[in-house]
Design a binder for this molecule. Structure first.
Ligand code: ADP
Ligand code: ZN
Length: 437
């Protein structure tokens, strides 16, 4: 394959050089941090009063971890390291797990972010000849503007459609010859479900790639989108605390996401003991940003569960690859005492060809016990009015789930395109158990 690099030197730099660069940037970032009210106190307490306190990357472990709660407590300006007059933009997290957190950018911070985003996009094979339809929310959410700037940086024609409205999305794809899409994986699936109804024919579209991220999805879901829409799908990972998208992205090999180690230091820790996890093991990702002066954030606990690939990527980039994120450590459901991650359920059902494009997990109380119901859409080639194949499918799903998660769920089947879809991140779990029982 002919791999293309946005910044060949930076992307293929020998590891020793990359680590030396990280150390230099880490010291610089600590300098910024010491100017913020939050870290001045936190770092001083840990004995770090100047950049000289750090002499090697190993010294990172002396820096205390930062949590989402810290960011919330520091609201609004506790993490700001430059005068407000030098701030040119703010963004906020989506608030999936509570009160959103706010991040500030200087003009140079925005430039660095756009460049990293361009690196991701160009690395999938896009060029300035592409027409890029950005089907994700704009506004405070980082996904819209982040990809928008990156697309422009590459020189693509960017269509800022934002999320939702499938009929209009199809119309724009036809009118302007869109070649590249960006959306959540759940929206891409929803789009496909609506294709027939909107009267659009795949052969009239020239789409060839999509970037999909902002929420967890399985390898089976990726394959399903690729097959249904006949495109290549690239996994995109980021979080607002670390700028948003452009933290880690798949290259043309589509096997793990390169995390840009000249902009981030990544660690994997055991979320219970907080000790480092051995190379290649799965744990919680902890990130330190090296490319932002306005809001330095050190050793941030992302709650996202992943691990590093240990082998180098065939594309020649030296920045390590992260595994597909299976969910957040706080996503875990405890159902009648059994631990279940929603991603385990997705893995089972999205691999079945009879299952449609959307699903919902409902947990409720049934007397003293918890009850799990998995609602899935069904592919249109199964007849909804013939009960036999439907009952067989229900049993098949229930059995497969029982094997995988050791819980016998109720299974409900729904017509394709009929389960609710959200404009932002998919809401896959409805836990309606009373909180204090
Ligand atoms: P919030 O944390 O409120 O959802 P963000 O918009 O900053 O706000 O979302 C970042 C989070 O989204 C990540 O920490 C991760 O949990 C999830 N996420 C983003 N991209 C992916 C991806 N490709 N795979 C799995 N999860 C992802
Ligand atoms: Zn690669």
């Amino acid at each position: 394959m002919n791999y293309q690099y946005w910044e060949p030197q930076a992307e293929t730099m020998p590891r020793a050089e990359l680590e030396a660069l990280q150390l230099r940037k880490l010291k610089e970032e600590i300098g910024f941090a010491l100017r913020t009210p939050f870290y001045r106190k936190r770092l001083t307490q840990a004995g770090i009063t100047g950049t000289d306190a750090i002499t090697s990357l190993d010294d990172l472990r002396h820096i205390p971890l930062t949590t989402k709660n810290d960011l919330r407590e520091g609201f609004p300006y506790g993490f700001l390291s430059i005068p407000l007059k030098d701030v040119v933009r703010l963004h906020a997290s989506s608030g999936t797990t509570g009160v959103p957190t706010t991040i500030y950018f200087s003009r140079d911070d925005i430039k660095r972010w756009a460049n990293n985003m361009a690196r991701c996009i160009f690395g999938t094979g896009c060029t300035k000849d592409d027409v890029f339809q950005n089907m994700i929310s704009y506004g405070l959410f980082t996904g819209g503007l982040g990809f928008h700037q990156g697309g422009e940086e590459v020189g693509m024609l960017v269509i800022p459609t934002g999320a939702g409205n499938t009929a209009r999305q199809f119309k724009l794809m036809e009118d302007f010859g869109t070649t590249v899409l960006h959306a959540t994986p759940s929206f891409l699936l929803h789009l496909e479900s609506k294709m027939k109804e909107s009267g659009v024919k795949r052969e009239n579209l020239i789409i060839k790639r999509a970037f999909a991220g902002a929420e967890p999805y399985s390898e089976d879901t990726r394959r399903r989108i690729e097959k249904l829409l006949n495109i290549d799908v690239f996994n995109s990972y980021g979080l607002s605390e670390m700028n948003g998208p452009s933290v880690a992205f798949e290259c043309q090999c589509k096997d793990g996401m390169h995390i840009w180690e000249d902009s981030y230091i990544a660690e994997i820790i055991n979320p219970d003991t907080l000790e480092p996890v051995k190379d290649g093991g799965i744990g919680e990702l902890v990130l330190t940003i090296l490319c932002r002066e306005a809001t330095p954030i050190l050793r941030y606990r992302t709650r996202d569960l992943t691990g590093f690939y240990t082998e180098p990527c065939p594309c020649g980039r030296t920045h390590r690859r992260l595994r597909r994120i299976t969910g957040r450590s706080d996503d875990m459901l405890i159902i009648n005492g059994v631990n279940v991650f929603p991603s385990q359920i997705e893995e089972v059902i999205m691999g079945m060809k009879e299952v449609g494009n959307n699903y919902l997990i409902v947990v409720e109380k049934d007397g003293a016990l918890d009850r799990l119901t998995v609602k899935t859409e069904v592919n249109t080639d199964i007849f909804m009015d013939d009960a036999r194949p439907l009952n067989t499918l229900k049993e098949k799903i229930a059995k497969a789930l029982q094997v995988s998660i050791s819980i016998n769920p109720r299974v409900e089947l729904h017509e394709n395109g009929s389960l609710p879809v959200s404009e932002g991140k998919a809401v896959r779990v409805q836990d309606i158990r009373p909180k204090d029982v």
